[in-house]
Write a protein that binds this ligand. Sequence first.
Ligand code: TYM
Length: 336
Amino acid sequence: MEEVQKKRMLSGIKPSGDLTLGSYLGAVKNWAERAEQYDCFYFMADLHAITVRQNPQDLRRRTLEQLAQYIACGLDPEKNTLFVQSHVHQHAELGWVLDCYSMFGELSRMTQFKDKSAKNADNINAGLFTYPALMAADILLYQPDLVPVGEDQKQHVELTHVIARRFNGIYGDVFKIPEPFVPKVGARIMSLTNPTAKMSKSESEDAGSVLLMSPPEVIMKQFKRAITDSDTENCVRYDKENKPGVANLMTIYSAVTGQSYDQIEEEFAGQGYGKFKPVVGEAVVEHLRPIREETQRLLKDKAYLESVYQAGAQKASYVAEKTLRKVYKKVGFLAK
Ligand code: TYM
C-alpha cells in the first residue's frame, strides 16, 4: 500500500536563556503532542541568539541543554529531526538571499525589533534588524505546512508569508506558504511578578520566569509569591482584563492539567488566591519533574546527544539544500 506523505512541521527556539515555562507551554509542549502526526524539524536557533550579546560558554551549554530538553519533552530523535541551526549552513545562505527580498519598512515595523532595540540600546545591530528574514529562511528552506509558535512570533511568521509570496511572485512557486499554529491555551504566558509582561527567558534570573530546570522548592516559592491582582474579590475567576495575574495562573493550570477555565473556577469556588497559588505551583512541579529528571540524565550522555545533533544536521541539510539550490538557480547564480 502506498504510504501517505505526512505533513511537515518546523519550529525553533533561541538558546539565549534557559528554557522557561513560557517557551514550554507556548511551543515545545505543542510540538511533542503532534510529533506522531507530522514529519517534524526542530532546531536550536543559535544564529538568532547572537543578535543579543551572549557569553560563549553559556551559549554552548544552553544549546546542548535545549536539545536534551527537546528529547525529554517527548521529541523522539528517531522520529523528529533535531538539529543546531549553525550546523546547517543553508540557513545563513538563504537568510542572505531573503534579506534582499525583505523591505526596510517591513522590518522596521516588527514589534520584537522595536522592543529589543529599546532594551539593547547600546547594541542595535544589523542582525537584530534583519532577524525576521533569517527566520523566514529557517522556515522556507523546509517547505513546512505548519509552524507552531507562541503569540509573540506570529508576526514573524506572517512576514514570512509576505517574503515568500514576493519571491514566488517573481520566480514562480518556489516556496510553500506555511501556516502559523498558535495554541489556544498557553500562547502567551506572562511573568509571575509582572502579569502584563511576557515570561521571558532573557530575563531568566527574574523571579517572574519559571525555568524548566529549577528545583521544585524554587518553583513553589515563585508560585506562592506570584502577583495576583490587587482587587478585593480574592476569587478565582478568569478575567484577563481586570485580573491578569489570576488569569495567567489559570492559563498555566489549564495547560498543565487539561482543565477548562470553567472547571477551574468550579474547583476553587469559595477559596482564595492563598489556596490556589500553591496548587498551581504543585501541578507545575509535577508536570516538569519527569522533564527535568530526563534532561539531567541525557546531559550525562554527551556522546548520545552529539550523535543526535549530527544525524539531525545531516538530514536537515539534505532537505534544505534542495530548496537552496532551487533558489540559487532562480535568482541567477551560476551553478558550481
Ligand atoms: P523564542 O526563542 O523567543 O521562543 C521560542 C518559542 O516559545 C514561544 N514563547 C512563548 N510562548 C508563550 N508564552 C511565552 N511567555 C513565551 N515565550 C516564548 C515563542 O513564541 C516561540 O514559539 N524567532 C524565534 C525562534 C525561531 C523560529 C524560527 C521559530 C527562529 N527561527 C523558525 C519558528 C520558526 C524566537 O526567538 O523564539
